[in-house]
Ligand binder design. Structure first.
Ligand code: ATP
Ligand code: MG
Length: 336
């Protein structure tokens, strides 16, 4: 049976952008395939600690899985939920892969360049995490790794490390499919990008300081309405989908289509010829508020115990699969 693997870092609260662009598509993909494929959903907690952590990591780890459930993830015996740090094989294989990866290829990672920003004082984890990511994938022979475009380079790195290892030591690792095929598998080639509410030229990001620029999943629905009402638009006075000239209005139309699960084209036609931005904002605000309150109600009903029970099952499975693959790699190196 083939394996899909995905994880989302649990460092902080998620935005509406993270939800609509990453969590929801992933949950839909998982539900679509989990009858016939393994779906591994893990909390990359070892990746979390490459960034500053604020003392809430434990809470955030549990909440991340609650988010998947509240977003509609269906649990069945093929869905495996685990914490990375509870499967020590990840760190072990990372070390082995460190010894076949080169400084050059790791230094070329855009995420490393951006996150380190040329500072010598940046931690070594920031440099090494793409190799840990390769271990996360290769331990489970995962072919499909649905991720955002900012991570494509890491999939290519994973493929290169797997092929290099296999060339030297025999066919041990399954090489994940190329990024083009990953995109095809995800079926979201047009890529959802929710924009910053105040600066719609930029994407919405959880690390942006201005509170009114982003909607958080735990925002009070009334507050979310206010944020939408204060969103930056333009002075053209027509409600038209035009990301280039009217990014703010286009962003509102996109958000409305996604939160109401309506095709974007239908939302665009509904507003064609209309001119009152206030009306559009009221409608989008109300729809976002409804979506948020439904999501938050589902979230409230999920108990910590449910999550721990999923971790128990998932971590047993993950350790079995990962340890078997790690053993093969250790043998190949002569470590066993
Ligand atoms: P940060 O500011 O810390 O980079 P972020 O909001 O960009 O936070 P990430 O942790 O970088 O979030 O990404 C988590 C996932 O959410 C990724 O799959 C990414 O592609 C997706 N994502 C992030 N921002 C958006 C957005 N505005 N619209 C759609 N998807 C998004
Ligand atoms: Mg980001």
């Amino acid at each position: 049976m083939k394996t899909i693997l995905t994880g989302i870092r649990a460092n902080s609260e998620l935005t509406l952008g993270n939800y609509l662009g990453a969590l929801l598509p992933m949950v839909r993909l998982a539900n679509k395939h989990s009858e016939k494929m393994n779906v591994n959903i893990f909390v990359p907690d070892l990746h979390s600690i490459i960034a500053d952590i604020d003392g809430n990591l434990q809470k955030n780890i549990i909440r991340t899985i609650k988010y998947y459930l509240a977003a509609g993830l269906k649990i069945n015996p093929n869905v495996h939920i685990y914490r990375q740090s509870y499967v020590p094989a990840h760190s072990e294989l990372c070390w082995i892969l460190n010894c076949i990866a080169t400084m050059g290829e790791a230094s070329r990672m855009t995420q490393y360049k951006e996150k380190s920003d040329g500072r010598d004082s940046c931690n070594v984890g920031i440099f090494d995490y793409p190799i840990l990511m390769a271990a996360d994938i290769l331990l489970y022979s995962a072919e499909y790794v649905p991720i955002g475009e900012d991570q494509f380079q890491h999939i290519e790195l994973t493929r290169n490390l797997a092929m290099r290892f296999n060339n030297r030591f025999g066919e041990i690792f399954t090489v994940p499919v190329k990024t083009a095929e990953q995109v095809e598998f995800m079926g979201i080639s047009d890529g959802v990008r929710i924009r910053d509410l105040l600066n719609p030229e930029k994407k919405m990001s959880k690390s942006t300081a201005a509170e009114n620029s982003k909607i958080m999943l735990d925002d009070d629905p009334e507050l979310a309405k206010k944020k939408i009402m204060s969103a930056t638009t333009d002075s053209l006075g027509k409600i038209k989908y035009d990301m280039f000239n009217q990014p703010g209005i286009s962003n509102l139309l996109t958000i409305d289509a996604l939160v109401t699960d309506t095709p974007l084209q239908d939302v665009i036609s509904t507003w064609a010829g209309e001119t009152k931005y206030g009306d559009l904002k009221k409608k989008v605000g109300a729809d976002v508020a409804t979506m948020l309150s439904e999501f938050q109600n589902r979230l409230k009903d999920i108990q910590d115990d449910e999550i721990f029970a999923l971790f128990d099952l998932g971590e047993k499975y993950a350790n079995e699969v990962a340890n078997a693959k790690l053993r093969e790699a250790q043998k190949a190196f002569g470590l066993r």
